[in-house]
Write a protein that binds this ligand. Sequence first.
Ligand code: ATP
Ligand code: MG
Length: 354
Amino acid sequence: MNIEKVKQALGKVNDPELNQDLVSLNMVRDIKIEGDKVSFTVVLTTPACPLKTIIEEDCKKAVSAVGFKPENIKINMTGEVRKHGAQGKEALKGINQIIAISSGKGGVGKTTVSVNVAIALSQMGAKVGLLDADITGPNVPIMMGSQEPPKVENAKIIPKENYGIKYISMGVLVPPDQPVVWRGPMLDGVIKQFLRDVIWGELDYLLVDLPPGTGDAQLTICQAVPLAGGVIVTTPQDVALLDSRKSVNMFKQMKVPILGVVENMSYFICPKCDERTEIFSYGGGEKAAKNLNVPFLGRIPIELKVREGGDSGKPICAVNPEHEISKTFKEVAGKIAASASVTTINAKQPVIAI
Ligand SMILES: Nc1ncnc2c1ncn2[C@@H]1O[C@H](COP(=O)(O)OP(=O)(O)OP(=O)(O)O)[C@@H](O)[C@H]1O
Ligand SMILES: [Mg+2]
């Protein structure tokens, strides 16, 4: 039995999401054969890969088909987030993928989703940063549990850090009750500073929590840096969905790949009687994703502990990772990461504008 044969067998295993085989994706490393035993490493495109177990099983099947007993096959499954191509823009050193979280309508849960997804990705082994691009209404510091100002070193900002997430926000730079009354060009300037004058270090993912709508902040982020993609958060009722289309079309116009739609506040389960109520209707996000031909990334119910966690700076994913809703956030985080892997692998192909 030789290494080439094992490689050939693994060359027939596909990553179902990326639709290519593991060998041409350069995911298979360190194949070693000792007697009747074989070991190798599979480097997935994200530690948050939702298909990890399926891919591992497929590898096992493929290698046992060329003569190794299943108990003699040792697979080390790991993940490395690949750097998204620059798309002619200036990439940020040390940051592999930048993901924007947006919505057409305000108050649908962008910041809640950004914070909990960031924590979920970090719990799955990724290095994650969070940039609050909502300059006039910054909510990230409250939800992350600290509004104290950051340290500054040689005119560069050291990001705040909590729950394993590095973050920056206007909310840690101005007193909480002081309004930021700024015009577009000033917002543009501060967002660019948050991108370039913050010592982010090495990050797998930088999540950008956008203000609602399709204004200056969106324009700056889409133009200033290469994005692995945009996520659209919506609630399921018609008015929110209508606004989501605007977000989708904005990303398309800006040639930013769309990672998909998250439906938040999908339904409510009464803690007393377990009855399910669909407060904002149901299923609209999934239907809209289908109509817009973008991936559906999952639905998150209304849950009192999510709101309490947001208000108290103790996000549910950080303080209660075993809670059902934290698992839901983890699934959504995995789908976002997988979708960003797809756009990164495909980045060389031009994104089609509408
Ligand atoms: N799934 C949920 N269950 C319960 N409460 C939620 C949920 N998602 C968000 N909330 C609550 O709804 C409120 C609005 O959420 P959030 O601030 O995340 O929305 P947003 O889209 O970022 O708002 P804005 O447009 O003002 O930036 C917050 O009080 C938050 O705690
Ligand atoms: Mg917000």
